[in-house]
Design a protein. Structure first.
Length: 90
């Protein structure tokens, strides 16, 4: 389903008429990656074979492990929760 043209066009969005949501998302994705590349910032694209419980579970597990590794690399205990412990003493 494409965006329809408005006869009023107060918001100047008629330029998007005929575009679909996947078109807009692809443009936003490409624009964001280009902006990061222009600023010499690295990005990663993660593509899942399927959008199901197994694939999402594997993705979440990988991201949790990556968070632990990154925490260790920067010298913090990623499992430590000093703020939580402080609130339990009160």
């Amino acid at each position: 389903m494409a965006i329809e043209r408005s006869e009023f066009d107060q918001d100047k969005l008629n330029a998007l008429s005929g575009k679909t949501l996947p078109d807009l998302l692809a443009a936003a994705f490409a624009g964001t990656n280009q902006a990061y590349a222009d600023d010499f910032r690295r990005t990663a694209t993660i593509r899942l074979p399927r959008l199901d419980e197994g694939s999402l579970g594997q993705l979440f597990q990988m991201l949790m492990l990556a968070t632990v590794v990154e925490g260790r690399l920067v010298g913090i205990n990623p499992y430590g929760q000093p703020g939580v412990e402080a609130t339990r003493r009160t």
